[in-house]
Design a protein around this ligand. Structure first.
Ligand SMILES: C[S@@+](CC[C@H](N)C(=O)[O-])C[C@H]1O[C@@H](n2cnc3c(N)ncnc32)[C@H](O)[C@@H]1O
Length: 481
């Protein structure tokens, strides 16, 4: 960072003089920005000498202008500064702000001089509210124009390196490749043409390119996915559409005898209604479970279960069927002096979960005391009494053809004497048999403590929620071996 700031520290005193040649384009830009930020909480990245912030902040609710060059910011602090404008030193790639903090983020004429602009866009995505606006005006390098071509060569010679030289389409493409949807753009005349751009987030379906993002590897974001995957929703919606289209098509196909056509169309319509209901349910459940939704049911269940896992210093716990790693990581974070191991079958039924996802989530959560490996709950590949605690959430009900109480005993087999257990699942009598008798059996086997807690009575969810989401009978089996 030091060598990069040095160039900007050097140019800070003369930056405004240089920018005077672009005054007209900048005035037009201020006008547009003032309208967008009216009454909003704004963050500006790479704010330089405060040209934009000082000319627009008074229409915002609050405005934080940041730059990584101290000298640029010192220059910005000179002269008139609106009351609601503050300056702060920040590296655009590692912003210190919380997720979803700002209504508007502005980054002007900076993405092309930053070595890793993709990473900066990721940080913007993190600190911007879901419906927030990104304003990212940028100079456009257009070598067909003599003045702008000569100017960019002059700047390069002066030590201001352009990491990217986008033309209009190239810049739009770059933003879209990185998950942004350009909602408005306009080319403004300046020494080097200035493209004024406003963006919102592109929905996944609108992303133009399916790209492998190398930065994901180095700057991962937490993504525990969803117990109701997007693929399931898409399949139900597509099935509904196909059956509905078939029903309409058949009812219009007058060449087919009514005696065949009518009942067949009715059958397809019933099928479409059934799949439509399944689609509506899956969308509803997806939203309830989502870590990004209002209810955050998965998070509540995972954290509520993790609370019961206490590991001794240097001890090791096991999470059976760890999925995307949420419970393993939650336990690891609650027990920083110990380790957690997460195992999963990672089969086709939960195709979005895998070991790499777990590892990425652990890295993003800063949990270094975790390890993930392939394993089968039916027959764990560990000797008896290996772990100081065992846990699991909503796993065993997925495993058909195996006695659920035997599955529990297999998990408890690898637990050390004196170790804690917290196992949450849909333990309805139809699936698990008599769980009260099982608890008594554990006590007879010498377990220090064994309790069965109904989690649908308000602890994790209400009875109503459990019924709608197909989670009735959810129980937490806890205790000490
Ligand atoms: C609903 S997800 C729960 C994931 C995770 N426990 C959580 O709370 O987010 C069910 C998980 O059970 C895993 N699973 C199913 N059968 C399994 C088996 N026989 N052995 C290990 N894991 C299994 C699936 O792969 C999936 O990750």
């Amino acid at each position: 960072m030091k060598s990069e700031t040095a160039v900007w520290d050097f140019y800070a005193p003369v930056y405004n003089i240089f920018m005077r040649s672009n005054r007209k384009a900048y005035e037009q830009m201020y006008e547009k920005i003032r309208k967008v930020i009216a009454g909003k909480n704004v963050l500006e990245i790479a704010a330089g000498t405060g040209l934009i912030s000082k000319n627009t902040a008074s229409s915002a609710k609050s405005y934080i202008a940041t730059d990584f060059s101290g000298k640029m910011l010192r220059q910005a602090g000179k002269g008139y500064v609106p009351d609601n404008l503050t300056f702060q030193r920040e590296d655009a790639s590692f912003l210190s702000f919380d997720d979803s903090t700002f209504d508007v983020v502005i980054i002007a004429n900076a993405l092309h001089v930053i070595p890793f602009p993709e990473k900066v866009l990721k940080e913007i995505d993190r600190v911007l509210k879901p419906e927030g606006v990104l304003i990212a005006p940028n100079f456009i390098h257009d070598n067909t124009q003599i003045v702008s071509g000569a100017m960019s060569k002059l700047l390069s010679a002066a030590g201001i390196t352009f990491e990217a030289k986008w033309d209009e389409n190239g810049y739009r493409g770059f933003l879209e490749e990185n998950g942004w949807k350009v909602t408005y753009d306009e080319r403004l005349k300046a020494t080097i043409p200035l493209m004024y751009v406003q963006c919102g987030r592109a929905s996944e379906a609108e992303l133009r390119y399916e790209t492998f993002d190398p930065f994901e590897k180095y700057y991962p974001r937490v993504n525990y996915k969803n117990w109701v995957p997007n693929g399931m929703i898409a399949a139900f919606c597509a099935g509904t559409g196909v059956l509905a289209a078939g029903a309409v098509g058949l009812s219009l196909a007058k060449s087919i005898k009514p005696a065949i056509r009518k009942p067949a169309a009715a059958l397809l319509a019933v099928g479409a209604a059934g799949l439509g209901a399944a689609a509506a349910w899956s969308i509803f459940a997806h939203e309830k479970f989502s870590y990004k939704g209002d209810r955050k049911l998965s998070k509540q269940i995972v954290e509520g279960t993790a609370k019961h896992i206490r590991l001794p210093e240097n001890g090791t716990g096991l999470d059976v069927g760890c999925g995307s790693g949420a419970l393993t990581i939650a336990c690891a974070k609650r027990n920083p002096g110990a380790k957690m191991v997460g195992i999963d079958r990672w089969g086709a039924e939960y195709a979005s979960f895998n070991k790499e996802l777990c590892e990425m989530n652990a890295e993003a959560e800063g949990a270094e005391n975790v390890r993930f490996m392939q394993g089968n709950a039916v027959s764990l590949d560990f000797p008896d009494e290996t772990f100081d605690a065992v846990t699991s959430n909503y796993v065993y009900h997925n495993i058909s053809g195996v006695n659920k109480q035997e599955l529990l005993l297999e998990t408890l087999r690898v637990l050390k004497k004196g170790g804690t257990f917290a196992i949450h699942d849909i333990m309805s009598p139809g699936r698990y048999g008599d769980m009260q008798a099982f608890v008594e059996q554990l006590k007879e086997m010498g377990y220090e403590k064994a309790d069965l807690i109904d989690t649908t009575g308000g602890l994790f969810m209400t009875k109503w929620e459990a019924a709608i989401l197909g989670l009735s009978g959810s129980m937490l089996l806890t205790g000490v071996k």
